[in-house]
Design a protein around this ligand. Structure first.
Ligand code: ADP
Ligand code: MN
Length: 516
């Protein structure tokens, strides 16, 4: 048997080999069913999913259902679809694992190995798990690529006299066909046949070529679909399940649609339902912030959380998925602090994993405009400025927080006042870069209001001192920045030497007082 050729050939050829006929879940059981199938499925699945959560490698995206996301009316269909997708995925994973075992068994220690790659359910084209794992690859040299066999010359024959071989020679032709497999799409697995003295008949070659082309088209279709679904603000199946549970429990009435898709989060609007507990009131309209589980976007946020002592011990032990949950957790804690200080901001309703539900700032599904998008009268502009100045001071002094991403993008204008949002990255002032973040916030605010014609607006350095209570006297940006960094360094040294943070920087204009 020409194992290499067969491995790469059409997967639907002939009666299935052993690994295809075997059901990875074993023979169907004949025991009687005591309750409805749907009950068992949803219960078990939900449990299983929760347990498996961390280790299961899920494909990133699954297309979202059309129209209203999840509503009271279409619960059944949406959940069935989702459950079916999950079951299928689970099945495919099992199937692939089985395939790998078979592959290993057949190959053993043999030098010539066959590959079942093209039979895999989680097809190489759909799977992007490799993204995280393969970063060692040196693209200049591919150790798996064999040298090309010597090509036959153009004139169509080699040799002289009776040793002449023409291009129609079966052996030459077979070798040539094998070499031509290299021209198939790079993702197409042709096995290790290229480097071997393998002869493919024209018939086999043509069948292979046909298969390679259709796979290429299939791959293109899949990619198209995937990109499309990303644009449709899809969330992964687990998140969908979480959201579904919130609707199912009655906590949310309807999830109407998406308000915003950012690099790090997707925000949905929902109508609130009834709380399970009496003491808690669900706001009539909610915003659901789903922190994206695509890890790439979060890498550059490390510095916010790594150096935040509140999260320090936990950071090192966590896997990336948990770190993303921590962003959600952080946003929740910070919002709560702000709420307690009376700063206008969304009120936390509930946090479930990487999904944060809060009150909706806006009305009738229309979110309040960002400060950058709203045109305010001079009077309102001035009012907004003084309100922000006060909020920044409260944030710093009462909440012990620096927003760290404060700008006209994260302030909403609603009910005649400014509301602060997006505080997952906020840090305490004694964070190793806390004062730098504060200075950046001050610069954004200053510039926005100075450009907006508020004559009273302090410049960024004055604003920094007004908020922090520090008294940095440098009259230019560079020196000011240097003093900020020096202060941060004093604090860091203190941490190094004494193993703890300073309780706070001075708040009365004197040189910082350190709490020993
Ligand atoms: P990101 O990190 O993606 O910027 P944000 O928290 O800023 O996340 O939310 C993105 C957008 O979603 C905001 O600019 C705002 O328009 C909208 N949004 C977020 N939270 C709320 C809310 N509680 N009420 C109304 N709109 C919100
Ligand atoms: Mn934002």
């Amino acid at each position: 048997m020409d194992s290499v050729g067969v491995a790469a050939a059409a997967p639907d050829a002939g009666p299935g080999p052993a690994w295809q006929s075997k059901c990875p879940w074993g023979a169907p059981s004949t025991t009687s069913i005591s309750c409805s199938l749907a009950d068992v499925m949803s219960e078990q699945l939900a449990k299983e999913l929760q347990l498996e959560e961390e280790n299961a490698a899920f494909p990133e995206v699954v297309a979202a259902a059309e129209g209203p996301f999840i509503t009271g009316e279409n619960i059944d269909t949406s959940s069935d679809l989702m459950l079916a997708q999950m079951l299928q995925m689970e099945f495919d994973r099992e199937y692939d694992a089985q395939l790998r075992r078979e592959e290993k068994k057949i190959n053993g220690d043999s030098k010539v190995s066959i590959s079942f790659e093209n039979y895999r359910k989680v097809h190489p084209y759909d799977s992007d798990s490799s993204e995280d794992e393969v970063d060692w690859q040196d693209t200049r040299h591919d150790p798996y690529r064999a040298d090309k066999p010597t090509p036959t010359p153009r004139r169509g024959f080699i040799g002289k006299g009776k040793d002449i071989t023409t291009k129609h020679d079966e052996v030459v032709c077979g070798r040539k066909n094998t070499a031509r497999m290299e021209n198939f799409a790079p993702e197409f697995q042709v096995g290790d046949g290229i480097g071997m003295d393998l002869k493919l008949s024209n018939q086999v070659f043509n069948a292979l070529k046909q298969h390679a082309y259709s796979e290429e088209r299939r791959s293109a279709r899949l990619h198209e679909k995937k990109e499309h679904s990303t644009a449709e603000k899809a969330v992964d199946p687990k998140t969908r399940l979480l959201l579904y549970k919130m609707v199912n429990s009655g906590m949310l009435e309807t999830i109407t649609g998406c308000i915003s898709t950012g690099k790090e989060s997707v925000v949905f609007h929902a109508y609130g339902g009834k709380s399970a507990t009496e003491d808690k009131v669900i706001p009539p309209e909610c915003a659901i912030k789903v922190f994206k589980t695509t890890l790439n976007e979060f890498k550059n946020r490390d510095k916010y959380i790594k150096d935040d002592y509140r999260f320090k011990d936990r950071f090192s032990k966590l896997n990336p998925r948990k770190i993303i949950r921590m962003w959600a957790e952080k946003e929740m804690h910070n919002l709560t602090r702000m709420q307690n200080a009376g700063i206008p901001c969304p009120q936390v309703v509930i946090l479930k994993k990487h999904v944060l539900v809060m009150s909706f700032i806006g009305q009738d599904q229309v979110p309040a405009p960002k400060l950058k998008d709203v045109t305010l009268s001079n009077e309102d502009m001035k009012k907004a400025y003084y309100q922000i100045l006060q909020m920044m001071q409260q944030l710093y002094r009462e909440c012990n927080l620096v927003h760290a991403d404060l700008s006209e993008y994260n302030m909403l204008w609603h009910d005649g006042k400014v509301w602060l949002i997006d505080v997952s990255q906020s840090v305490e002032p004694t964070h190793p870069h806390g004062l730098e973040f504060l200075f950046r916030d001050c610069r954004n605010v200053s510039q926005f209001f100075q450009k907006g014609g508020v004559a009273e607006a302090l410049n960024e350095r004055e604003l920094f001192n007004a908020v922090s209570g520090l008294n940095i006297t440098a009259d230019n940006e560079v020196d000011f920045q240097a003093e900020i960094e020096a202060l941060e360094k004093v604090n860091e040294d203190h941490v190094q030497n004494h193993g703890k943070k300073l309780s706070t920087f001075s708040s009365d204009g004197d040189p910082p007082i350190y709490d020993e």
